[in-house]
Design a protein. Structure first.
Lengths: 325, 333
């Protein structure tokens, strides 16, 4: 087969997406299912950086899911999805997919990359958080990099356990309860050699706790990596107003309604994709006022500059914002 | 007036390829540094033809320039640098650029891959090789030197870590007065420290932010320029004694229009899709003033840019001793 050429499409919501076909669905556990997508014509898919995610569209929404392969010349993209019955519907839509269904997905996006200079990769996952670190473990195995994994899951509910065991061998530590995990974590955080990078993915509280302990033990920020998009739903926020400088329109943004929705309801078309503050498509220029940044796209510096905001999730610290729209 | 236009048209028809595809960089009568980036592969029309429709460009100098690179590397292996953690990035570049070249020149080269085993054929070099991704010993001259033997571009690899870019690998034989052996291991901002004005204008830090936000597979480009005496691609800091002296004598040399070249770099910036490293590609084109002057709009543009260029920029570009002579010649014609 011929490898695909470089992707030339940039930041284009429609043209930048891939039309793929579900080629396999396999049940991992009672609540986790793995879904594999391939090109309908069998072409090789674009490579991706380990730890990347794919934004998969469903019905009216889109969700980001970690890719579980290493990303080297892939013929397929695999994700594993935890069914969340009370969620926004994305996971149920994924679980309803069957072989032959067509889906629209983004190009893989990298936001949780391995550090090339790491002397050792310490991977830490809880539950469905295994997915991006499995990608890291595969990449480490392919390049002969040193890696170990602490995987917290309840007996019988862990996805990809067999693969993790095969990839990591004695480098895998499985923890079935909070107490044993805490013991292992403390030991690992205090015995790493210089140059170890830590990568954590799991529920928000789990990640916060791991990162906080690492920082308290003196780990520099640059060695800590976390996969943030699995975070919990954002709160409704306070109401605020926006002044659209170019169109001379003033709009109220009620609590529980996003700025993006408000703009759309007013008939403005704003490019957007994930609607979760990940993809960066719906950036709007801010002329005056301090946004309450809740996205995962802008850098800390850019957030401090207050010259742009992701209107899908971000709101306002001031009563009113002026936008260059 | 109409006669002049007709003359231009007739002249453009017979212009040689080297002029037709030359990426003439000036659009107005003055030049300042800017982060002049745009998406790559978009063809730019010029007064003489067009450039930029491709990521990689094979021109009539292909074999000569690659021979030149090979000799430079034999003489001075320090022009090739790979810090150990950049090995995956180098292989990623091979698996990205060779297929891209094959797509753009299917009659000349071909690339196939089955798993990690790749086959590369290059009819210009009578080459047919098989190698295995990740196995350095499968390319006896080494993966980066091999890649550098297939394309005319110099290559620089930047690792993205700790909210910065680090120049951690490269094969650079055609540097415009810099040294990859000196710069390897430095941060992007440190590499650009000597460039006047750009720190104050925050151009380098904005460029770095831009590069750090590139997503895998995205590719952009910009151009840069300087002047070079004779058709000399290797103007690295290492060979300074061989070429620097000419800069003080060229102004009085009657052969100036033939010896002095406008040197334009097309720089491509790519986020490599698998390793996530940023690849900075530098392709250098040289065209003597005599050829520039065959395109009336270029002659005038370049003459005025050289005359207007502030001293600090002319000093940094190393052209301050002779830019007036060059400008005078261009504008006098």
């Amino acid at each position: 087969m011929t490898a695909t050429a470089l992707q030339t499409k940039v930041q284009q919501v429609v043209e930048g997406t891939l039309q793929l076909e579900v080629t396999n669905v396999s049940v991992q556990t009672d609540s986790i299912t793995s879904i594999t997508f391939g090109d309908p014509l069998g072409e090789v898919l674009p490579c991706y950086v380990p730890g990347s995610h794919l934004v998969v569209q469903y019905g009216s929404g889109a969700n980001a899911y970690s890719l579980t392969g290493s990303g080297s010349a892939p013929t397929e993209y695999s994700i594993s999805v935890l069914r969340v019955d009370g969620g926004s519907g994305g996971s149920l839509a994924m679980h309803a997919l069957s072989v032959g269904d067509r889906v629209q997905v983004s190009h893989p996006r990298s936001a949780f990359a391995p550090a090339a200079t790491a002397k050792h990769h310490l991977l830490i996952a809880a539950g469905i958080g295994i997915t991006p670190v499995l990608s890291h473990a595969r990449y480490a195995a392919e390049w002969g990099a040193s890696a170990s994994l602490i995987y917290v899951h309840r007996p019988g509910t862990g996805a990809h356990v067999a693969e993790a065991r095969e990839l990591l061998g004695s480098g895998l530590t499985e923890c079935m309860d909070r107490g044993s995990f805490q013991e292992v974590l403390t030991r690992r955080l205090t015995t790493q050699k210089l140059g170890t990078h830590l990568y954590v993915c799991g529920p928000t509280a789990f990640m916060d706790s791991v990162l906080e302990q690492a920082r308290d033990l003196g780990w520099p920020k640059g060695l800590l990596h976390s996969e943030a998009f699995s975070g919990a739903a954002l709160d409704d926020g306070e109401p605020f107003a926006v002044n659209l400088a170019r169109s001379g329109v003033k709009l109220d943004v009620p609590a529980g309604v996003s700025l993006l929705e408000t703009l759309e309801n007013a008939g403005l078309s704003v490019p957007n994709m994930c609607r979760k503050g990940i993809c960066g498509e719906c950036s709007v220029p801010v002329l005056r006022g301090k946004p309450l940044h809740r996205d995962l796209y802008l850098t800390d510096q850019e957030k401090e500059d207050n010259t742009a905001m992701m209107c899908c999730v971000s709101r306002s610290l001031d009563k009113e914002l002026e936008l260059d729209l | 007036m109409s006669t002049v236009i007709n003359d231009n048209v007739r002249d453009a028809d017979v212009l040689p390829e080297r002029i037709k595809h030359f990426p003439f960089p000036f659009s107005g009568d003055f030049y300042r540094y800017s982060a002049n980036v745009e998406p790559s592969r978009k063809e730019v029309p010029t007064e003489a033809g067009a450039w930029g429709g491709r990521l990689l460009h094979i021109d009539e100098h292909y074999l000569a320039e690659l021979k030149d690179r090979d000799e430079v590397l034999d003489r001075d292996p320090s022009r090739l640098q790979v810090l150990p953690h950049m090995r995956p990035a180098v292989w990623d570049a091979i698996c990205t650029l060779l297929p891209a070249l094959a797509e753009e020149y299917p009659d000349i080269v071909s690339f196939t891959r089955e798993g990690n085993v790749c086959r590369w054929r290059n009819s210009l070099q009578n080459l047919d090789v098989e190698f295995t991704v990740g196995d350095d010993s499968s390319l006896p001259m080494g993966p980066l030197r091999f890649l550098g033997s297939q394309i005319q571009d110099d290559l620089v690899f930047l690792d993205h870590r700790q909210d910065a870019l680090w120049l951690d690998a490269g094969v650079v034989t055609f540097a415009a007065d810099w040294s990859v052996g000196f710069d390897v291991g430095m941060k992007f901002l440190e590499v650009h420290h000597p460039v006047p004005r750009v720190k104050e204008e925050k151009i380098v830090s904005r460029a770095e932010q831009f590069l750090m936000r590139l997503q895998p597979g995205e590719q952009y480009r910009r151009t840069n320029w300087t002047l070079t005496i004779d058709r000399r691609l290797d103007t690295s800091t290492e060979t300074y004694p061989n070429w620097a002296h000419d800069r003080t004598t060229i102004a009085d040399d009657p052969a100036l229009p033939d010896r002095l070249h406008l040197r334009v770099e097309i720089q491509h910036m790519i986020r490599l899709p698998h390793s996530g490293a940023v690849l900075f590609m530098i392709r250098s084109y040289l065209l003597p003033l005599r050829d520039i002057a065959r395109v009336p709009a270029w002659r005038e543009n370049m003459g005025r840019v050289l005359a207007e260029l502030p001293d600090d920029m002319a000093e940094y570009k190393g052209i301050i001793h002779y830019r007036k002579a060059a400008s005078d010649w261009l504008l006098a014609n």
